[in-house]
Design a protein. Structure first.
Length: 384
């Protein structure tokens, strides 16, 4: 680049006939839409932390059996209602490594509760990468290797044991596989139905819009919880846990789609009058292509935010049904099933760790809400 006497600048580079003259001089200033969204989302601290937490949680689901020291329904008849145990590293100032102290339990016939005494003179190291109960890694690979196991003659109940001597920590990990997955399946069913019926009603209007609107109003007028109970009670009791799981997921998705369909309809009613939609129709684009290529992309930001805010409702729905005994049933393990076992308030007062399954539900629901708020703010083109 050189300067002329009149103060103008001229490029000294030779002329290139193949150069794209419409390209930007500063490509780094031409950021794609996803990069702009990421830059804004990265500044939303709560949303970013919640998103990372949920990402790690879902990545751990296929290997939950490897992390858990016990299988989901493995019982220890001699350790009913065992309190949470701590993992120690030092014994009397000496580094031993991760170990636990053995405990012995006996029934307190005066207060009608279990009492456990800890032998602090015998540290017992945990077994790492050991053989234990059988499970399926990634859902289909049979395995019996666990990250850590209790030493012979001791236990490792990180969050205590329940009334049948089952490890609460292990059951929470296994329960996450169902409780976190039911939201994804339910929201998939809900979005397919909601987008399909909402887009048809909003784009075509007329009698089609009237019929779909009346169906939405009928479904939204029904009380939600009694309808859940009625549909769940209709599931045959002799069905297996997997079949019940998918039926519950589909029920939650079917009952959730009217709200999304109404939002899609209202947005399409305004977007179908835009000039680019009319231009696509005049060029011969069919309704399916107009909806798929022109209308839905302009509504995608709202759909993404709605998905992250609807998944917690699915998780809470499954938890409520399982807690009432009408959702997933034993031997299936979910957070709702675990809370169903902890309905006795007297037992919770004596053994408070049996109510620990409430904590992951609260944390996950809050994380989804924070993530949804962050995505909604990041995808809003009018928010500075």
């Amino acid at each position: 680049m050189s300067t002329l006497p009149d103060g103008h600048y001229i490029d000294d580079a030779p002329y290139d006939p193949d150069e794209n003259l419409s390209a930007l001089d500063r490509k780094d200033m031409d950021a794609p839409a996803w990069l702009l969204v990421w830059r804004r989302f990265r500044r939303h601290r709560l949303g970013l932390i919640a998103g990372l937490f949920l990402l790690v949680s879902y990545l751990l689901l296929p290997v939950a059996g490897f992390i858990a020291p016990y299988t989901a329904n493995e019982r220890s008849a001699e350790y009913l209602y065992h309190p949470p145990q701590a993992i120690h590293l030092f014994h009397e100032g000496t580094l031993i490594g991760p170990f636990v102290y053995p405990t012995t339990g006996q029934a307190d016939l005066v207060n009608f509760r279990w009492q456990y005494e800890t032998d602090t003179d015998r540290p017992m190291r945990l077994q790492m990468f050991c053989e234990g109960g059988a499970y399926k890694l990634l859902g289909f690979i049979p395995s019996d290797t666990h990250l850590f196991c209790a030493p012979e003659g001791a236990t490792v109940f990180l969050w205590g044991s329940d009334r049948l001597g089952r490890d609460v920590f292990s059951r929470i990990l296994y329960g996450a596989q169902l409780s976190l997955t039911v939201g994804l399946i339910g929201i998939t069913v809900s979005f397919v139905l909601g987008i399909f019926f909402g887009s048809i009603a909003g784009y075509f209007g007329g009698k089609t819009d009237w019929i779909i609107n009346r169906a939405i109003e009928i479904l939204r007028s029904l009380p939600e919880l009694p309808l859940w109970l009625a549909l769940s009670a209709a599931v045959p009791s002799n069905w297996g846990p997997v079949a019940v799981f998918f039926i519950i997921s589909i029920i939650l998705g079917i009952l959730d789609w009217p709200g999304l369909a109404r939002a899609v309809r209202s947005k399409f009613l305004s977007l179908r009058e835009e000039e680019y939609v009319r231009a696509a129709e005049m060029m011969g684009a069919k309704p399916g292509r107009v909806i798929r290529r022109h209308l839905l992309p302009n509504f995608m930001s709202h759909l993404i935010a709605s998905a992250t805010l609807s998944i917690p409702a699915m998780i809470l729905g499954e938890t409520a049904l399982s807690f009432l005994g009408l959702g997933l049933r034993a031997p299936a393990v979910s957070w709702g099933v675990m809370l169903n076992d902890a309905q006795n308030l007297a037992s919770i007062e004596i053994y408070p760790w049996t109510a620990i399954p409430m904590l992951p539900i609260i944390i996950v629901v809050l994380a989804f809400n924070f993530l949804g708020d962050g995505l909604r703010d990041s995808l809003d083109p009018y928010k500075s």
